[in-house]
Design a binder for this molecule. Sequence first.
Ligand SMILES: Cc1cc2nc3c(=O)[nH]c(=O)nc-3n(C[C@H](O)[C@H](O)[C@H](O)COP(=O)(O)OP(=O)(O)OC[C@H]3O[C@@H](n4cnc5c(N)ncnc54)[C@H](O)[C@@H]3O)c2cc1C
Length: 313
Amino acid sequence: MLKNEHRVLVPPHGSTRPKKAALIIKSNLVTRTMLRVASVGIAVSALSLFSSRTVHAEDGKKAFNPKSFVSFPIKKITNLSPNTKAYDIALPEKDSEMGCGVASFIMVKNAAGDARPYTPTTLNDQKGSFELVVKAYPGGKVSEYLHSLKVGDSIEVKGPINKLKYEVGMKKKIAMIAGGTGITPMLQVIQEILKNPADKTQINLVFANNAEEDILLKARIDELAAKHKDQFKVTYVLSQPSASWKGEKGFVRREILEKCGFPHAGNDVLVLVCGPPPMMAAISGDKTKDYKQGMVEGLLKELHFTEDMVYKF
Ligand SMILES: Cc1cc2nc3c(=O)[nH]c(=O)nc-3n(C[C@H](O)[C@H](O)[C@H](O)COP(=O)(O)OP(=O)(O)OC[C@H]3O[C@@H](n4cnc5c(N)ncnc54)[C@H](O)[C@@H]3O)c2cc1C
């Protein structure tokens, strides 16, 4: 397991301060003589309670709750591909934030109570709203439910649940191989690195899809790559491209990684992998049945990447 992998729920936002304030109020009501003091005490306590509440309000700005589902209204829905939609979801206040670190995911449930993990594609710094990108699977209990929702309907969210904890300087190079909606955790890490001018980590993303129309959030990724030319490189690989496609074709393979400047195995590199099970099997080996990282297999093993250099989302 990598040093920065976390599987623990973020602690709840509860605080005992209001209880302490109540005790102060009680103790100040002991004698009549003390009433004046008590009134002062009450005022002080009220202030203290108020300040506790302010702290709570601060805490309350973290809109997600790791212990229970909270409902958030959908502001906007955008079709990203024939089977994938982006949901712009409102947080309670303009200055509310999700309360999510990088990289983390949340649980979303359908009306029947089935819950599945999804990965916000916006960072915690974005106030007042967040984004989810959801691919619909035929017969999928939660994804089809989400695709049936309209603007104004609500999405029930619980979390966050932290995965790999990104830290500046943890590795000099972060390489990524993503397939389809496997781009979502990569986007968290990419945006986290590129928003920080002090973070010089080199990013090399290989993004695999079927056809041009399936490439999710391409404009956003291209804009980041153009803005950070010296730091972030993206290569698109399509298995069923149109005749006019000029990028890489087929499945992700050794020659493509060699051609696109994918870093060589080494202690200064971390490769993040996320995609559908067949892609995981071919690239890195899938996680174990109990969601442990498991051995590095497939292409990355061939290229001498070891367990401490690879993280499977
Ligand atoms: C940590 C994590 C983060 C995730 N983040 C996202 C995200 O940001 N966006 C997103 O769209 N999805 C994400 N997923 C996948 C998501 O959690 C669900 O698995 C997916 O939406 C299907 O759920 P469902 O209830 O609709 O399908 P289910 O009712 O569970 O399954 C119905 C059928 O759909 C097919 N199916 C389901 N999942 C897959 C799959 N992954 N690949 C191929 N076929 C499948 C199978 O044929 C299955 O029998 C994430 C998964 C994990 C583990």
